[in-house]
Ligand binder design. Structure first.
Ligand SMILES: C[S@@+](CC[C@H](N)C(=O)[O-])C[C@H]1O[C@@H](n2cnc3c(N)ncnc32)[C@H](O)[C@@H]1O
Length: 267
């Protein structure tokens, strides 16, 4: 792909998703765009760009974004975050709180919100609580996987053993072993498509905690700033924003206090 064509793709990706693609990503973008083009039988990158920009190209834009996005995730990724939520949730329960709202803001294929759901379900046994997790992503392909809640068995790494029989069911289809998130846990999570670069968001809050992990690294400061303003709007005072371990808000942490590495409390 010529640099000029890459720049047009990068500009389009930025406009529709807020993801900044540096020139270092040229090979990656070429490979991912190439996959879509082969499916459509298109040989020329400029022709594919035209298709994306043409009236009626909206559906292809969604599939293009699906192809471009990086969806790496795992169950109980950065496990200390779930330990932290366990601590806070137990405190809130002890103080009499019975309504809980969490948001997994870039949930990918569901491992993050389901890890959260297992953590919370473990704590609330015996309490009459109203607890819900909203899980959103821009990528439609991963949302379908997330809703299905079925994963190859090798994705089970990281899931505490005691959770396995309570929340998951092992199944074998055509000789391949997988596991399924049980319905009572799936029902705790609502999945929706939401573009984090397009505020305002439809939620009103107040939310107890927002997981916004390993997605802000793809955004520039302008997109991060508007996203953080929205997260602060929906968080309750004393609620938490949890980011990826490799992410730092630096000068953008206005109105938030860092309480542990990668965990911020709304003032
Ligand atoms: C690397 S995954 C992180 C998944 C999970 N939060 C974790 O830490 O394991 C990044 C996710 O962000 C999503 N994403 C990228 N840009 C987005 C946007 N503008 N709005 C919503 N989700 C976005 C991608 O589709 C992808 O699923």
């Amino acid at each position: 792909m010529e640099l000029e064509t890459f720049d047009r793709f990068a500009q389009m990706v930025y406009e529709i998703s807020g993801i900044s693609l540096s020139e270092k990503k040229q090979a990656l973008v070429t490979a991912r765009v190439g996959k879509r083009m082969r499916t459509l039988g298109i040989q020329d990158h400029r022709e594919y760009l035209k298709r994306l920009e043409s009236p009626g190209g909206e559906q292809e834009v969604i599939l293009f974004l699906d192809a471009i996005s990086t969806n790496v995730t795992s169950f109980f990724r950065e496990a200390s975050h779930f330990d932290f939520v366990r601590e806070m949730h137990a405190e809130w329960l002890a103080s009499g709180q019975r309504r809980f709202r969490y948001w997994s803001a870039a949930c990918s294929s569901g491992e993050e919100p389901y890890s959260l759901a297992m953590t919370l379900a473990d704590l609330v046994t015996g309490y009459d609580v109203d607890s819900r997790i909203l899980a959103t992503d821009i990528c439609t392909e991963v949302l379908v996987k997330a809703q299905g809640g079925i994963y190859p068995i090798d994705r089970a790494e990281g899931i505490p053993e005691e959770y396995f029989s309570r929340f998951l069911k092992v199944r074998s289809i055509n000789g391949a072993t997988s596991f399924e998130v049980k319905k009572h846990l799936r029902d705790q999570v609502v999945f929706r498509r939401l573009n984090l670069s397009r505020p305002p968001f439809p939620m009103t809050g107040p939310l107890d905690a927002v997981f916004c992990r390993n997605v802000m690294i793809y955004f520039d400061d302008a997109v991060r700033r508007t996203l953080l303003a929205e997260i602060k709007r929906v968080l309750k005072p004393g609620g938490f924003l949890i980011t990826g371990h490799a992410e730092s808000l630096n000068t953008l942490s206005d109105g938030l206090t860092l309480v542990r590495p990668s965990i911020y409390r709304k003032n």
